[in-house]
Design a protein around this ligand. Structure first.
Ligand code: HEM
Length: 490
């Protein structure tokens, strides 16, 4: 009897070992290329390549540029689990369109403290529902209705730029904040007339504080983080931000009590429905505030930095600036209002902005997570792998952009665009989970830049983009005030 039991146990053990052996071999073969990708060295026990974040003081741009240059691209990074890193347009096309790469990377978990269940980080099933609903706040009719505000506020901006003593980026942040409040919160702010703005400061400081969690194993732990100085600081910011939003919500609710009570969720033919109304239709108070914070942050910083970079690049290239000026004068005139129907005709202005977004992409990096195999043709990425899409690297690849550091809007002539892979240009990301506000951003930037250029000669001391230095957390910002002068055109 004992002998039979021993034989049975042996057979069972051999079966189990063979089963796992075959499975392991199958796994190894399937993901062989992925597991043999080069990684930055050294890879340290427990922390892998996380030390790179400390080494470069959490400047993600420096870390990713170093990896690109030294290891090559695509490659893998150990953070401490194995992450995939690419800036190759053909791969980005597969990844960003893939239904199993719509989840956000676990690295973004550090931002959940602020954005929580908001659209940017929400997991896929709920994200799909929310995205469908909130997209209604950005249909073309709604966006066209925003342009008179963009124009009005850009006129106020011009009066400030004449004697601009404050930081260029800060001035543009105030401009974007006023745009955003009036268009999307139905709340008039005059931050351009104020010295400082608390909410903008919170967005800037909060973002840097959150990024310092990436790669820090203690700070990445939510429980421990609460007891750190940064954790307490961030909690303070959140309380103040929520108080601010509460006043907007109360104001809006009072106003809408007087309006007719439309059932927003069921109404499918909404021509002009502000984003705030769509978000407030939800019942979860915590969700509402985090979604509002996300939109405020997403809309303010991104467009502000991009407009500041466009101005600097135009200042560095007077001939290009003159071409934009001539287009605006020919199409709009010197003093006429810039209206929504004119915007599509400002083609060269758009090319100049696109080229600025290519050269200095305000969001230089995004990260997703695979929920199943992602077959890239040359390799298969396993499920549960973090995937880093290094947009900055794509935009500076000389294969698609010869002399990549040169500012040349003609790269965006239709015939030039047609020569490149579509995913070689992705400042707003691409695919179903791209930037929801990209059209809003482009329309705001076109109106504002056109109105600036027709009124000012812009100049700067910089001769090349290498005269400036940038740091990247979520958005890429300069490490110093930007030098830029605005002299009124006679
Ligand atoms: C120059 C301006 C802007 C740039 C370069 C930009 C860029 C981006 C990028 C790269 C993403 C990440 C997409 C991904 O993970 O694949 C994103 C997401 C997002 N952006 Fe923007 N953005 C800009 C302006 C705006 C504006 C003006 C708004 C709102 C009014 C906005 C709202 C959002 C939202 C809600 C998401 C999350 C989308 C989702 O996960 O479904 N963005 N943006």
């Amino acid at each position: 009897m004992i002998e039979v039991t021993v034989i049975l146990i042996c057979v069972l053990l051999i079966t189990i070992i063979t089963f796992f052996g075959v499975k392991r071999e199958h796994y190894r073969k399937k993901y062989q290329v992925f597991y043999s990708l080069p990684t930055p060295s050294p890879t340290l026990p427990l922390i892998g390549n996380c030390f790179l974040f400390y080494k470069f003081d959490y400047n993600l741009l420096k870390v990713f540029n170093l990896i690109s240059e030294q290891v090559g691209n695509p490659c893998a990074i150990n953070l401490p689990s194995r992450h995939y890193f690419t800036s190759c347009p053909e791969e980005l096309k597969i990844i960003l369109n893939h239904p199993d790469a719509l989840e956000k990377s676990t690295l973004y978990d550090v931002f959940k403290i602020v954005f929580g269940k908001a659209l940017l980080l929400e997991s896929v099933p709920q994200w799909k529902k929310n995205r469908k609903l909130l997209s209604k706040g950005f249909n073309q009719k709604v966006l066209d209705g925003f342009v008179d505000t963009f124009y009005k506020i850009s006129c106020n901006l011009n009066t400030k730029l004449q004697n601009n003593n404050s930081d260029l980026v800060y001035t543009f942040q105030k401009n974007s904040w006023d745009n955003f409040n009036e268009n999307l919160f139905e709340n008039t702010t005059n931050s351009l007339d104020e010295e400082t703005n608390e909410f903008i400061d919170m967005i800037t400081n909060g973002q840097h504080t959150m990024t310092h969690r990436v790669g820090n194993l203690i700070k990445m732990n939510d429980f421990l983080y609460k007891f750190t100085k940064d954790g307490k600081y961030l909690e303070g910011i959140m309380t103040r931000a929520k108080d601010f939003l509460q006043t907007i919500i109360v104001k809006y609710k009072k106003k809408s009590e007087r309006d007719d009570q439309t059932n927003i969720e069921e109404n499918t033919d909404l021509m002009k429905l502000p984003l705030l109304k769509l978000i407030l239709a939800k019942t979860d108070d915590e969700y509402i505030k985090k979604e509002l914070i996300l939109f405020a942050a997403a809309a303010t910083d991104t467009t502000a930095y991009s407009m500041a970079y466009t101005c600097i690049l135009l200042a560095m290239h007077p001939a290009i600036q003159e071409k934009v000026y001539k287009e605006v004068i020919n199409i709009v005139g010197k003093d006429e209002e810039i209206t929504y129907n004119i915007l599509p005709s400002l083609k060269y202005t758009e090319m100049a902005i696109n080229e600025a977004l290519r050269l200095l992409p305000v969001v230089p990096w995004i990260a997703r997570k695979s929920t199943a195999d992602i077959d890239l043709g040359t390799k298969v990425i396993p499920p549960n792998t973090d995937i880093h899409c290094f947009i900055f690297g794509t935009h500076r690849n000389e294969k698609f952009y010869p002399d990549p550091k040169k500012y040349d809007p003609d790269r965006f002539l239709p015939e030039e665009v047609a020569k490149r892979p579509q995913f070689a240009f992705l400042p707003f990301s691409r695919g179903p989970r791209n930037c929801l506000g990209w059209k809003y951003g482009m329309m705001a930037m076109k109106t504002t830049i056109a109105n600036i250029v027709r009124n000012f000669h812009i100049s700067t001391k910089y001769k090349s983009i290498d005269d400036m230095e940038f740091v990247s957390s979520i958005v890429m910002s300069p490490t110093h005030p930007l030098d830029c002068q605005f002299k009124i055109r006679k």
